[in-house]
Design a binder for this molecule. Structure first.
Ligand code: ADP
Ligand code: ASP
Ligand code: MG
Length: 407
């Protein structure tokens, strides 16, 4: 008999039929003898819809009211799931994040968990019921409702698994696990059976949406084994765990494309100490999240600096660059929103030379121009035109034979 935290994403509870299917599945788990704690996301695209409504009624969106609004999606979903469980013969009770004991800081829209006082959830399990907890939410010290950010339900589930000392944290979604690349885009993508936290973290940093990055960081730090799996076929999925001897060191494990970033170029700046320091300090002071940075070789003491930021930070980054232009003695500031970052990730590249060469040759042979490059010990990322993104993923996936590998 195991204690399982099972988290269901938006598509998994997207309509009444899906909610009934989830309830039947949980009933089967209970009959098998497992204790289950559920974490549920808002149904389907409801979070996007709530954000769109907010855009329609107001230009200024106070964090407090936004969090009250967004968290309503999960609140509705947990009540419906708990009712469906009752109908399936399972005693269940829904909890908001606050009722489940999620204490957070007060950074609205992106709050961090400070502590989980899970006694109500624990009592519920001890009484033979299934607690159904609203994902991605909590309450701050001054008792305001907070939202943990997009994809935060994965983090809710991992945090609960940790405090309850659960046997596993199962993240049910609309694909059957973590794949060698997005299976929606590349039909030859293969499911990865086992992957280490380190590789999974690099994949999420490179733009893989599943599992959410913060949840992987949390799971890694607290050694919570993650099982990413399908809420449609219920087949075994991908285990994300500490690296072990059974894990084959694939040279390349996955190819990831990320279209969430834009490129900013500050051109004609003097090549002298302090310029980059000044620019990136100003960006940091305004919480602009800079990812890749490239500075060209200087010509006549003048150079260009390019960097990438999430689309959401682009307007702010441009404002800062413009206002610092005189201070930086820069000739111009420009931006390119239609870029993609393609990355290859694999722990085996540490001991296998030639991965970068293969990646660059493959892109070159397919006429795809590389605008920026960055690397970590187990990842190589290239910025290319957004219009080349899907093709780049396909040719790299083929070049590294990810369609053939057995993990
Ligand atoms: P949920 O809402 O269930 O939490 P998300 O919609 O956030 O899940 O993420 C699941 C989606 O992630 C899948 O539908 C899939 O298209 C996409 N995805 C992108 N890259 C990958 C990958 N390498 N492996 C698995 N899924 C991926
Ligand atoms: N519903 C929220 C979102 O769409 C939280 C989550 O699903 O994790 O981001
Ligand atoms: Mg989601």
């Amino acid at each position: 008999m195991a204690l399982l935290v099972q988290k269901f994403g938006g598509t998994s509870v997207g309509d009444p039929d899906r909610i009934r299917e989830v309830a039947e599945y949980v009933a089967r788990c209970r009959r098998r003898g497992d204790d289950v704690v559920l974490v549920v996301s808002a149904m389907g695209k409801e979070t996007d819809e709530l954000l769109r409504l907010a855009d329609e009624v107001a230009d200024t969106q106070p964090g407090r009211e936004m969090d009250m609004l967004i968290t309503a999606g999960e609140r509705k979903a947990v009540a419906l799931v708990a009712m469906a469980l009752h109908s399936a013969g399972v005693e269940a009770e829904s909890f908001t994040g606050s009722q489940a004991g999620f204490l957070t800081d007060s950074a609205h829209r992106n709050a961090k968990i400070v502590e989980v006082r899970a006694h109500r959830v624990r009592d519920s399990v001890a009484a033979g019921r299934v607690p159904v907890v609203a994902g991605s939410q909590g309450a701050s010290g001054d008792n305001e409702i907070t939202f943990l950010g997009r994809g935060g339900s994965d983090t809710t589930a991992v945090a609960l698994a940790k405090v309850l000392d659960a046997d596993a944290c199962e993240l049910y979604t609309d694909v059957s696990g973590v794949f060698t690349t997005d299976p929606r885009i590349t039909s030859s993508a293969r499911k990865i059976n086992r992957i280490s936290f380190d590789e999974m973290l690099e994949m999420t940093a490179a733009g893989c949406p599943k599992p959410a990055m913060r949840s992987v960081e949390f799971a890694h730090r607290h050694r919570v084994p993650l099982h990413v799996r399908s809420a449609f076929t219920w087949e075994p999925g991908t285990w994300v765990t500490e690296e072990d001897s059974e894990m084959e060191d694939a040279v390349i494990r996955a190819v990831i494309a990320d279209q969430q970033e834009a490129k900013v170029t500050v051109s004609g700046v003097p090549d002298k100490p302090g310029i980059a320091a000044n620019l990136f300090r100003q960006l940091a002071n305004d919480s602009v999240n800079v990812d890749m940075i490239v500075q060209n070789a200087s010509e006549g003491g003048i150079t260009d600096i390019s960097f990438t930021v999430p689309h959401a930070d682009l307007a702010r980054a441009l404002e800062i660059c413009q206002s610092e232009r005189a201070e930086l003695s820069a000739a111009a500031v420009s931006s390119e929103p239609r870029i993609a970052k393609v990355s290859v990730v694999g722990a085996g590249m540490k001991s296998n030379p030639g991965v970068a060469a293969t990646m660059f040759e493959t892109l070159a042979n397919n006429g795809i121009n590389i605008e920026m490059i960055s690397t970590s010990a187990i990842r190589i990322s290239c910025v290319i035109a957004e219009s080349d993104s899907d093709r780049a993923v396909q040719v790299l996936h083929d070049a590294f034979e990810l369609d053939k590998s057995e993990f």
